[in-house]
Write a protein that binds this ligand. Structure first.
Ligand SMILES: Nc1nc(=O)c2c([nH]1)NC[C@@H]1CN(c3ccc(C(=O)N[C@@H](CCC(=O)O)C(=O)O)cc3)C=[N+]21
Ligand SMILES: [Mg+2]
Length: 285
């Protein structure tokens, strides 16, 4: 038997196809959605993610621009680049690839992005909107997770969702979106005592820890839905999740793979937010 694998790659393709149609409609109305990306320095992982975003823009008909300043760029210069993108009519989404060099204050940079162009959903304005359930940009990884669950008609309401990890970009917002879908939510983290006693109660388990094979079959309940958000580089350069896929697959009802799971959906929701931003601009004119 074993779990059904939720392919983020396939869902991403289908979602990108429908976004392409929305983009074509926008273009016919005179607006080409535009995404401005700033990639500071030459970290290979960051460069690879940004290439994935450029490819997704091509697939969805979104105009993309990537600015690649040297890692020696000052905070002031970077803030100046954001200001320029904020003021450009043809740019509807802005993404500053994280992490930034240590001499730059990430929070300050995120706060400088116009919240109406914050397609990452990282600006505190959008975080606040998400918390109150108001309309705003949702962070792409948690948004992609919800999309994956819904694509398989996996019920969320009334079920126990356990989120392992509490980062601002994944764990915390994933818990908030699951709460909005009426799940009962538990957060586990590095200070949690007897973590397994919690994870074994999960109907839906979100693994967002950043440690290879952190979740094994012994940590889950039979029939659980397991979402793997890990992006760990193994010593041989491959991408590995937080979940021991082979063992967990035998016990879960649904499982997302790495690669080909949450990652491609993260990028797709970035495209989605950019299209939404351009549609809002159209309706504001
Ligand atoms: N401002 C900002 N926004 C982000 O959304 C952001 C960021 N900074 N910094 C880094 C993280 C990480 N992240 C990933 C996106 C896609 C894949 C992805 O598509 N992964 C492929 C494999 C890619 C590969 O093999 O390199 C997959 O899982 O199948 C992974 C990781 C976005 N992030
Ligand atoms: Mg920093």
């Amino acid at each position: 038997m074993g779990a059904e694998v939720i392919s983020g790659k396939e869902l991403a393709q289908a979602t990108r196809q429908s976004l392409k149609e929305r983009t074509e409609e926008l273009v016919s109305q005179g607006i080409t959605p535009g995404l401005g990306v700033i990639l500071v320095g030459n970290d290979p992982a960051s460069a690879s993610y940004v290439r994935g975003k450029e490819k997704a823009c091509l697939e969805t008909g979104i105009h993309s621009e990537v600015d690649r300043p040297d890692e020696s760029i000052t905070e002031e210069e970077l803030l100046g680049k954001i200001d320029t993108l904020n003021n450009r009519e043809d740019i509807h989404g802005i993404l500053v690839q994280l992490p930034l060099p240590s001499h730059i204050d990430e929070q300050k940079v995120i706060m400088a992005i116009d919240p109406s162009k914050d397609v990452d959903g990282f600006h505190p304005y959008n975080t606040g909107k998400m918390l109150t359930g108001d309309d705003g940009f949702l962070p792409c990884t948690p948004f992609g997770i919800i999309h994956m669950l819904k694509s398989r008609n996996i019920p969320i309401e009334g079920r126990h969702a356990v989120v392992v990890g509490r980062s601002n970009i994944v764990g915390k917002p994933a818990g908030m979106l699951l709460l909005k879908e009426n799940a009962t939510v538990t957060f586990c983290h590095s200070r949690t005592k007897d973590m397994r006693s919690h994870t074994k109660q999960a109907d839906i388990l979100i693994a967002a820890v950043g440690k290879e094979k952190f979740i094994s079959a012994d940590d889950i309940k039979a029939g659980a839905v397991v979402v793997d958000v890990g992006v760990n580089r193994t010593s041989d350069g491959k991408l590995a999740g937080d979940v021991d896929f082979e063992s967990v697959k035998e016990k879960a009802s649904f499982i997302t793979p790495v690669p080909g799971g949450v990652g491609p959906m993260t990028i797709t929701m970035l495209m989605y937010n950019t299209v939404i931003s351009a549609e809002k601009r159209l309706h504001a004119t």
